[in-house]
Write a protein that binds this ligand. Sequence first.
Ligand SMILES: Nc1nc2c(c(=O)[nH]1)N[C@@H](CN(C=O)c1ccc(C(=O)N[C@@H](CCC(=O)O)C(=O)O)cc1)CN2
Ligand SMILES: NCC(=O)N[C@@H]1O[C@H](COP(=O)([O-])[O-])[C@@H](O)[C@H]1O
Length: 205
Amino acid sequence: MTDPAPARLVVLISGSGSNLQALLDATRDPAYGAEVVAVGADRDGIAGLDLAAAAGVPTFVDSVKAYATRDDWDAALTEHVAAYRPDLVISAGFLKLVGKQFLDAFGDRYINTHNALLPSFPGIHGPRDALDYGVKIAGATLFFVDAGVDTGPIIAQVSVPVLDDDTEQTLTERIKVAERAQLVEYVGRLVRDGWTIENRKVRIP
Ligand SMILES: Nc1nc2c(c(=O)[nH]1)N[C@@H](CN(C=O)c1ccc(C(=O)N[C@@H](CCC(=O)O)C(=O)O)cc1)CN2
Ligand SMILES: NCC(=O)N[C@@H]1O[C@H](COP(=O)([O-])[O-])[C@@H](O)[C@H]1O
């Protein structure tokens, strides 16, 4: 029997793209079961778009500023992602909240990696907020995106220690190492094994 076609991943980014690169590296192994078919961004000139281009992956940019309304942006992003027929859409440092049209299209298969242990420290400054609060353990959360801000059902979490002499930068980098490994492991498991969500509990058989 022939192997099933690799799952189609669309990755959304806003920055350096180290999580994207980890996925690009993992997908080089056919046994991983997935390929990155497109990378989308909300801004030009970011290193992550160069990483995608270097890997030969098509890219697109949908800047909120380029559209008359936020709903128009949401519709355009939805259309551009849909054109690549994704099995899974992955936000990896994508710094925009998506709206109803996007979630109606992809809410059952849209995941995000966040650099804090949710439900603590949602938003775009997870490591800074964790450090300011004085927690001793930080980490990353992989979750299915819903209409809230970082409130969707949790797939996996990984923790790292907070050290006494940490700065925002050192903590961010320590979290990123663990976050990338988690993302690669769980994207692979999701596409190969599927999942169920019941009462917020995500289960991968
Ligand atoms: N509807 C949702 N969309 C997205 C979620 C989510 O939980 N629900 N997660 C993100 C990523 N995210 C954190 O992981 C996140 C992204 C953006 C924001 C935010 O407040 N963004 C502002 C602009 C910030 C800026 O550009 O500097 C905005 O969208 O106007 C909070 C959390 C993926 N999308
Ligand atoms: N809440 C959104 C957010 O802060 N996301 C974070 O941005 C980083 C992107 O890094 P990368 O561009 O190197 O993959 C990641 O650590 C991700 O958790």
